[in-house]
Ligand binder design. Sequence first.
Ligand SMILES: [Zn+2]
Length: 512
Amino acid sequence: MRKVSIAVVCLLIIMLAFSGVAQAQDISVVINGSEKNFTPAPVIKDGSTLVPMRAFFEALGCNVDWDNQTRTAIGSRNGIKVELPIGSTSAFVNGQPKTLAVKAQLIDNSTFIPLRFVGEALGDLVEWEGSTSTITITSEVVTAIAKEPGKQMTIHFIDVGQADSIFIDFGDYDILIDAGNNADGPKVVNYLKSLDTDDIELMVATHPHEDHLGGLDDVLAAFEVEKIIDSGKAHTTKTYEDYYNAATSEPGAKFIEDKDMEFDMDDGAVFKIIEAGDDFEDLNANSVVTMLDYNDVEILFTGDLDAEGEAQILTKGINADVLKVGHHGSRTASSSIFLKNVSPEFAIISAGKDNSYGHPHEEAFARLRAFTDKIYGTWEDGTIVVTTDGTSYFVNADTKVSVDVPDQAIQGGGNVKIVSIDLAEEIVTLKNNSNLDVNLTGWKLVSVTGNQTFDFPSDYILTAGATVNVLSGRGAIEGINSLKWTGSHIWNNEGDSGKLVNSSGVIVSEYP
Ligand SMILES: [Zn+2]
């Protein structure tokens, strides 16, 4: 009995000793609408919330300093300087002394500062919502800092004729993807020199064909290159051998085979390598795929990746504002399903004028055109430069690529037909008889007698040569080649006709 009493007394003493500090994991700190997670977590002491010094100052956009002599934490922002000597009830705002309700202090070796005092001293609005234990800070300065334009980056799609060469210039971090054909080496070197390039942080050789790595040996001879990434595939050509020898003997360079990885370019910019598989027989399909992600702006580079390689990265959630079109605009690349995933706003094709391959092919152009009309080519505009601050981007190109494709090929159409309507089973079969994929966004199927309209789902693509069934009535279910209209009956068994209307409101097919 006596032992139990001692234990209870001890427990009470411990509880009293620690009652001043409570771990407040359930306190939320929301700054301009976004919740911040601090490590270590905020604590409540004597009714005031304390937050970790550096993390909190930085979340409010302050420069942080520490005066070791006076053991003072200093945060400054926009001409306001807040000084908090550790363990003191006095603080200073622009040199004026202020009295604190709770001291800045060390807790478990971390420096904590009073949230409300600091927020208000900086001129922000600090509110406490008791029912949800939420502290809301509203700061016009943080909003203004967030909107401040980022550092300028330029992406150069260098005109190297029927070939690829792309240079990303970000001051201290420069990336070169391919360098055109053998003969383009000096041109690429001179172009980089004209931009005052001192060295290249990252070089990407997308795949071993001459039109991509031909000039890389010249670049390696002219510049110091830190890291080199290639597809890991060799080729039997002299061009490949020249590249490989130059790459592997580049002093101090790290030679890396492509896999999913990221390179931090600083200032919010990240360069991503996207693994699309390495085991294809076709060298194009093994192309190193890369993405530049600079805050709100994404640019995707696919080398000569064809549809089979594109299929490998559909599940990776790749979305880009600008697409370097795969394989110079070949029909074997830029599948509709890939374009639908990427949903580019802007497309750039690197190809030579009147090239012997006929690039860009009309099929690829029509598929691109279904997503954007901003399609530009190096043979029309010469070197194309994208400039971005990570918030918006500007492209210095003015001649859109024009390839003669029938309007219906883009809007879809001419050749999508109703091939049968089974009135009893309520199955309507449509077929795309063309060799181009058709995007059925905005299209309608109309039951004339039943006076009902089915709207095709947005971005539904009926690929070249494919059929799709539109089902209604009991038992109608969505499937791989079928769309469900409704569980109700639509078609009049006594006789009904169907009309297919495209997104421009034109009837493109009637049945019977
Ligand atoms: Zn190529």
